[in-house]
Design a protein around this ligand. Structure first.
Ligand SMILES: Cc1cc2nc3c(=O)[nH]c(=O)nc-3n(C[C@H](O)[C@H](O)[C@H](O)COP(=O)(O)OP(=O)(O)OC[C@H]3O[C@@H](n4cnc5c(N)ncnc54)[C@H](O)[C@@H]3O)c2cc1C
Length: 492
């Protein structure tokens, strides 16, 4: 029997939970990490962003984790950890497909949008190949002295107020862990939500509606090659080195290329417009969707899944509490919206930073600080729902969608600029979630986005409303939806 008495127990060893365990060790706390599965393992949620990178670098600097810093940018990652697979992410690209038609660029790129997030490959973001990335963090956590208990099925989670008792079983025997503080990093595992019977928000109240169908593939063609040289001449960077968003009727597909020959791809589908057809297998549905869009069928003509396709039910969920006096949920355990615009990794790293500050603070301040943490996580999930749900309502009106997406990019880049100048406070809200003036401007724009058919007027309105935050020239019709840079890159 394994018996441990620790300051902190972390349930779940995705990158979020493991990173927090590493930080806790650097603060001298005793930590147990309890994981149901084992590494390396498949995980979804792979596309990082500049804000995620800033938060990762901040954790590295603040807690003296020199080995972590190279993982915050593509160039240093490749130079330092060539054995950990990743993909190059220079920004975001979006293409609107029509059923039965091959994709061809429309006048003024009215069916495409590319926004660069970095000026060079070396300073670019990455797609994290999670089997490698997460396993590496676990190795680091163990090296830092965390007790790592994998293949552990937790059967009892007892809240002893204060503190926790956890009992479980591993292949080699029973496990008993006592800890003063518990962090639930189980994501969709929902360990604490079930144990504490935490109430969920009524799904009808969530604006975003999607289900997913996804896997990893080999043999996915470069979208750049499918398009051909004439159609890509004005692209500010190779459009595959991106979180590639292929937009279809009532949904979209993510395509994220790693450099080990594997590509992560999946459809996110409005369940009302794409209900699961009785008797149709995930493979058959995948094939049918590709066959509806000739250019996507070409991109995936030789693609072979490396593992069975996953078909989910509706993805959206949010709890009504994300923390108590001696517990907290990471964002992916507290809720989820959609992969659209890749907010998940960044939001998780915001949360890890905040929890790290809680751990570093006086124990007497913990309950108060955790309450603030929980409120922030829920507020930010609600804000991401607002962004994602509004964008989904615009999927059929691409020029309006392109402007709605700018509301997100403006907030993201504004926050990046603050990070770059060292002005961002440790508890600053994700994507300006706590900025009343910006949120009021965004709310008005989103209300208009949901109904307007006048894309030019909407773009002009967005340009005016976002002007105080738009430091990098978004919403500029002269750019014809091709944005070669999005921030003051001199400092990068
Ligand atoms: C379809 C989809 C696409 C996504 N795409 C993106 C994207 O492109 N970019 C982005 O930023 N984010 C994306 N996300 C979100 C991203 O997956 C999460 O933000 C991220 O994985 C959170 O990391 P984490 O460490 O908190 O949890 P996870 O990565 O979910 O890890 C949870 C861990 O807990 C373990 N576990 C589960 N239950 C238990 C239990 N009872 N006991 C012990 N261990 C348990 C699991 O085995 C796993 O190791 C996506 C999510 C989904 C569902």
């Amino acid at each position: 029997m394994t018996r441990l008495d620790c300051d902190l127990v972390v349930l779940g060893s995705g990158f979020g939970g493991t990173l927090l365990a590493i930080v806790a060790r650097s603060l001298g706390l005793s930590v147990a990490v309890v994981e149901r599965g084992t590494h390396p393992r498949f995980a979804i949620g792979e596309s990082s962003t500049p804000l995620a990178d800033f938060k990762l670098a901040r954790i590295a600097d603040r807690f003296g984790l020199d080995w972590l810093r190279p993982l915050a940018k593509y160039g240093p990652w490749k130079a330092t950890y060539p054995h950990l697979s990743c993909g190059l992410k220079r920004g975001f690209s979006f293409f609107r497909h029509r059923a039965g038609e091959s994709f061809a660029p429309a006048e003024g790129n009215a069916n495409a949008l590319i926004v660069a997030a970095s000026p060079t490959d070396a300073t670019a973001d990455t797609h994290w190949y999670r089997p490698d990335f997460d396993a590496h963090l676990v190795e680091r956590a163990v090296a830092a002295g965390a007790h790592y208990l994998d293949r552990c099925e937790v059967h009892t989670l007892r809240h002893t107020k204060p503190g926790w008792e956890i009992e479980g079983a591993r292949p080699d025997g029973a496990v008993s862990v006592r800890a003063g503080l518990l962090i639930d990093a189980t994501g969709t595992g929902q360990a604490l939500a079930e144990a504490l019977k935490l109430e969920a928000v009524d799904p009808a109240q969530l604006r975003t509606r999607s289900r997913a169908l996804y896997s990893h593939f080999r043999g996915v063609a470069h979208w750049h090659d499918v398009l051909g040289p004439a159609a890509t001449a004005d692209h500010p960077f190779p459009c595959d080195a991106a979180a590639l968003h292929q937009i279809i009727d009532g949904g979209w597909m993510w395509v994220l290329r790693f450099e080990n020959g594997i590509t992560s791809a999946g459809f996110s589908l409005d369940p009302d417009r794409h209900p699961v057809r009785p008797g149709e297998s995930p493979d058959a549905e995948w094939r049918r969707l590709l066959d509806t869009y000739p250019s996507l069928a070409r991109q995936f003509a030789d693609a072979v899944p490396t593992r069975p396709l996953v078909r989910t039910g509706r993805l959206q969920r949010r709890l009504t509490r994300a923390a108590g006096p001696d517990w907290a949920l990471l964002p992916h355990a507290a809720g989820f919206l959609d992969a659209w615009l890749s907010p998940g990794i960044a939001q998780t790293l915001y949360a890890v930073n905040r929890l790290a500050n809680v751990l570093a603070d006086e124990p007497a301040a913990r309950a108060r600080r955790l309450a603030g943490y929980g409120d922030a996580v829920l507020r930010e999930l609600a804000w991401v729902d607002e962004i994602t749900g509004t964008c989904f309502e615009c999927l059929d009106r691409f020029p309006v969608l392109a402007t709605a997406v700018m509301v997100y990019f403006t907030a993201a880049i504004y926050c990046e600029e603050r990070e770059r100048r060292g002005e961002a406070g440790p508890d600053e809200g994700f994507l300006l979630a706590d900025h009343p003036e910006y949120r009021a401007a965004a709310a008005k724009l989103f209300a208009a986005a949901r109904t307007t058919a006048d894309a030019d007027a909407f773009l002009a309105a967005a340009r005016r409303a976002l002007e105080p935050y738009n430091s990098c020239g978004l919403c500029d019709p002269r750019r014809r939806n091709m944005y070669p840079y999005t921030a003051s890159h001199a400092a990068r």
